[in-house]
Ligand binder design. Structure first.
Ligand code: ADP
Ligand code: ZN
Length: 747
């Protein structure tokens, strides 16, 4: 018997435990069990079978423990490759999480067997169907209609019978005559991605690259061709034709025998993007969107694994697509927040995974964006990664004019109406736009649960002196709280900046804006798009279709309206309150705001008529606003990087956020506090420990949330500290009703 070390797939431990099991020597010698094999092992007192991965083939274990034997090898899951195991180990190091949770990212969930149903398929050629019908050999109209239908491909018997209005027996008759065959297969679900919206899609054929594109293409191709690890930021203004560049690079990569992966934010995985890819690459593409069933996910995964396709396009988790000869990974809109996984450990960033995979495989990673993350741009300036820029719009459309409306002035001159939503300028422009039959998009930032105190006369927000973060207002106790360091103060009665004594506490939501629009334009159709209206099935697609068709003249929505959609008839975009974005309690608030303003500007004037953007704000001098109005990324970056350095935020530091969630507020706080205390006892000078502080959203689903923030100069130092703290002080041991999660920012 041999001793092997395995990782349990369903482990809920916060750190790695390698269990030792016995296995027959012959199983290892014959290669039936290798490193990476999935096996079943008896576990716990009840010896229930659990899935595990073999990690170590020669394990020295404590002889005093009675070991159990592995009970079988998985027949469905192929063993992990050495590269995949390396990736899992790297991830576990990067995110301080168990190897088993990383392995779970690499393999698709086991496919449910599903239901088998009958499909009818044509056994004769389409020409023979025509002949049978025209020659009169086939007289029954129902028979003819069925065969006509099957010319397009196989159909589910019950569906087609219902559509034509016949019995299922008719199919048996046709089968007996040898015209069709009936086969059993797993039921394929139809997906909303094929909804009405996709009917209005226009895709384009290959463009000849313009000079700028061609230069970028040549540069990138030289990197890809080398088959060595490389990263490149592709910084291209909106409309500079990045998609065409991607398509041609992918095409060339595939032509030379490589595989390529395009990652897009979930929200842009639209039928439009899919259509471009299907149009160019046909069946050589796997589309991995989040609405796939486990079965479909498995089918795609296997196609990729078996080399049946060499291109995949998908959202965040598609970064794990198991291409053998991957040579190119593109992250489109690399700044998008959806590349960060927040739901389960490991809370990874797709860019970091892409980087890790590319290092293992010797592939090139391209980060595309008009507004790259400050962290990415910093790496480019630092010459750590390659840098390319596209400064011109490919379709020659001019960038829209951006006008800033000073809400403070509007208020003082009585310009803003009683609702406090629309300035005179915005109202005038909306009215003209409406009269001219054009469409308008309005962006509203919903603050969710957190409210801030905004001085009504000068518009300044109350900030934490220590963190420079806006503090959140809590009605209970009339206090302000900093969600970063935990500091709290009574809400001021007088504004420290201007002496004013009136404060606005409420955030303006999408519903309020839509209601107000309806009041001003009673005959207009208004589409409201936020998490409330899009959570219904097909909601997102339907609303987009309604707006694309021109049926609605206004679209009001949150973040999700700013992205990727191409509506040529939109000539006006408005940002109702820029301050609410800038004042988010997050060190990336300015970055997010700048990105959003730029994206909104990208929405307006995509057609022949030039567009216009109106930004309403109190803090009109804020650099996120002024830089966006000048379409000037550098201006934004120069200001932002100074703040990041001064306050020791990424890219100058690395941050770890430990969240605690529990139903009992005091118990949750108690555990967070105890963990903090134990970590402080370690007296590690290179790690700063902040908190515990209430989370920016203090309560979700009846669970109270507290956060502890660690800051250090590198991720490496943070994870080393966490390892030490969990070994010596047991800080992460499972503590009953309080859940913990760890995420990282900065390298
Ligand atoms: P980005 O992704 O950089 O914002 P897109 O890829 O959406 O830009 O391109 C904007 C528009 O420019 C698209 O309508 C596209 O068809 C067009 N386009 C791209 N490349 C060219 C080219 N070389 N010549 C003409 N038009 C182009
Ligand atoms: Zn603070």
């Amino acid at each position: 018997m041999k001793q092997v070390g395995v990782h349990l797939l369903q482990s809920n431990a916060t750190f790695d435990i390698e269990y030792t099991y016995l296995v027959e020597d012959t199983l290892v010698e014959s290669g039936e069990i290798v490193r990476g094999s999935f096996v079943d092992v008896p576990f716990g007192v009840r010896k229930q079978l659990q899935t595990a991965v073999v990690w170590n083939l020669n394990k020295e274990a404590d002889k005093s423990i009675r070991l159990k034997e592995i009970s079988g090898v998985s027949k469905v899951r192929p063993p992990l490759t050495e590269e995949e195991m390396l990736l899992a180990e790297e991830m576990s190091r990067l995110y301080f999480c168990p190897i088993s949770s990383c392995v779970k990212c690499l393999v698709p969930p086991e496919a449910p067997k599903g239901r088998q149903v009958n499909y009818a398929k044509l056994c004769i050629t389409p020409e023979m169907v025509d002949e049978l019908a025209t020659s009169g050999q086939l007289k029954n109209i129902v028979h003819i209609r069925i065969l006509e239908n099957l010319k397009e491909g196989r159909r589910r018997v019950s569906d087609l019978a219902k559509e034509i209005g016949c019995t299922i027996a008719v199919f048996n008759t046709l089968a007996k005559r040898g015209y069709v065959s009936i086969e059993k297969d797993f039921f394929e679900e139809k997906h909303e991605i094929e909804s009405s919206y996709s009917k209005q899609l226009n895709t384009y054929n290959k463009h000849t690259l313009n000079n700028e594109q061609q230069k970028a293409y040549d540069y990138l191709w030289r990197l890809i061709e080398k088959r060595e690890f490389a990263e490149c930021l592709l910084h291209g203004v909106t409309g500079s034709g990045k998609t065409e560049l991607y398509l041609q690079l992918i095409s060339q990569t595939v032509a030379e025998g490589g595989a390529a992966l395009l990652l897009v934010p979930e929200i842009s995985l639209t039928p439009q993007m899919t259509a471009h890819f299907k149009n160019r690459f046909g069946d050589n593409v796997a589309v991995l969107h989040s609405r796939l069933s486990d079965r479909e996910r498995n089918i795609h995964w296997n196609k990729i694994k078996n080399g049946e396709v060499s291109i995949a396009i998908g959202a965040r988790s598609a970064v794990f697509a198991p291409f053998e000869n991957l040579r190119l990974i593109i992250l489109d809109e690399e700044h998008e927040a959806s590349y960060r996984s927040e739901d389960a450990a490991p809370r990874y960033h797709a860019a970091e995974i892409a980087e890790t995979i590319a290092k293992i495989k010797g592939a090139t990673v391209v980060y595309g964006s008009a507004t790259p993350r400050v962290e990415t741009y910093y790496r480019a300036i630092d010459k750590e990664i390659h840098y390319l820029s596209l400064k011109n719009r490919a379709n020659k459309a001019p960038l829209p004019d951006v006008e800033i409306v000073d809400l403070k002035e509007e208020r003082e001159s009585g310009g803003i109406d009683r609702s406090g939503i629309f300035s005179r300028q915005l109202k005038t422009d909306m009215t003209n736009n409406y009269k001219n039959g054009k469409q308008t998009m309005l962006f509203v930032h919903r603050r969710g649960y957190s409210k801030q105190l905004l001085c009504e006369s000068c518009g300044s927000t109350m900030k934490c002196g220590r963190c420079n973060m806006p503090m959140t207002y809590h009605e209970k106790g009339d206090r302000l709280i900093c969600h970063h360091c935990g500091r709290t103060t009574p809400a001021p009665k007088i504004c420290p900046a201007c002496g004013g004594n009136a404060f606005e506490k409420r955030g303006i939501g999408t519903q309020r804006v839509a209601d107000e629009l309806k009041r001003i334009f009673p005959d207009a159709n208004i589409v409201r798009m936020d998490t409330d209206t899009t959570s219904v099935k097909d909601g997102h697609e339907k609303l987009l279709a309604q707006f694309a068709s021109g049926e609605a003249q206004f679209m009001v929505g949150t973040q999700m309206i700013a992205k990727g959609h191409d509506f040529p008839n939109v000539t006006l975009a408005g940002i109702i309150s820029a301050d609410s974005l800038i004042n988010m309690p997050d060190y990336r608030a300015q970055e997010r705001a700048f990105q959003l303003f730029t994206q909104m500007a990208g929405r307006a004037g995509r057609g022949d008529v030039p567009g216009k953007v109106i930004i309403q704000a109190y803090s009109v001098d804020d650099y996120a606003i002024t830089a966006a109005s000048n379409h000037d990324y550098d201006e934004f970056y120069k200001n932002e990087i100074v703040v990041r350095e001064a306050l020791y935020y990424p890219p100058f530091s690395s941050i770890c956020i430990i969240r605690f969630m529990g139903e009992n507020d005091m118990e949750t706080y108690g555990i967070a506090n105890a963990v903090c205390g134990k970590m402080r006892e370690l007296k590690e000078a290179s790690v700063e420990i902040l908190g515990p502080a209430r989370a920016d959203i203090p309560k979700v689903n009846n669970k109270y949330r507290w956060v502890v923030t660690l800051k250090s100069c590198s991720r490496e130092l943070l994870t080393r500290f966490l390892r030490k703290a969990s070994q010596e002080k047991d800080i992460l041991k499972t503590t009953g009703k309080v859940a913990k999660s760890i995420s990282f920012h900065g390298r």
